[in-house]
Write a new protein. Structure first.
Length: 191
């Protein structure tokens, strides 16, 4: 049994006292977000090809098919092969890093980033015009059609952003990927 605050007792190793690895959480989150991204792209390419933007939520968002050869905000258009290699590197690093995860929050955040990187990488490898040059399928435009106010995006892009924000928030709160907390909790002022 562990003593107070998770310290190992005589019969328990330090490794056993640490929180369990969270590879499973990362894998489930990544798989779910990746499948959602893939399904939405299949539906969008089958139903929105050649159609006008469809307003939803009273024009707050528009659904339209856009094939994006670059990164967000139309950065690096024409550099699709570089973006594909970067995404592949991100996937490899996250998979390698996963065995060190002991924080459920970090596992969720990195699982979302992994899913987003995989989702857009699959587009860059398997979609036209060809391997490592494929265009990413984007389909949500906020506030106006054609990305006039905000760049058109997809589920993978959303997963990357949400996962990235979650990791930043956890870092600011002092929650480490290995389950440790590096910031001391604030003490309440006494009157």
């Amino acid at each position: 049994m562990s003593s107070e605050r998770g310290a190992p007792s005589d019969g328990e190793s330090v490794a056993q006292a640490l929180p369990r690895r969270r590879v499973g959480v990362l894998a489930v989150v990544a798989a779910a977000a990746f499948v959602l991204d893939l399904i939405t792209k299949i539906i969008v390419t089958a139903t929105l090809e050649g159609s006008e933007p469809i307003p939803v939520l009273g024009g707050l968002a528009y659904l339209q098919l856009v094939r994006n050869p670059g990164a967000a905000f139309s950065i690096a258009t024409g550099m699709t092969w570089v973006l594909a290699l970067i995404a592949a590197a991100v996937v490899v690093v996250l998979v390698w890093f996963a065995r060190r995860l002991r924080s459920a929050g970090w596992a969720v955040g990195l699982g979302l980033v992994l899913a987003g990187a995989l989702g857009n990488l699959v587009d860059r490898i398997f979609r036209a015009p060809g391997p490592l040059r494929g265009h990413v399928v984007d389909f949500v435009s906020l506030f106006s059609p054609d990305g006039e106010v905000w760049p058109v995006f997809n589920v993978a892009d959303s997963a990357i952003c949400v996962g990235g924000v979650l990791v930043v928030v956890l870092t600011l709160l002092g929650k480490e990927y290995d389950g440790r907390t590096t910031r001391a909790p604030r003490k309440k002022a006494t009157a």
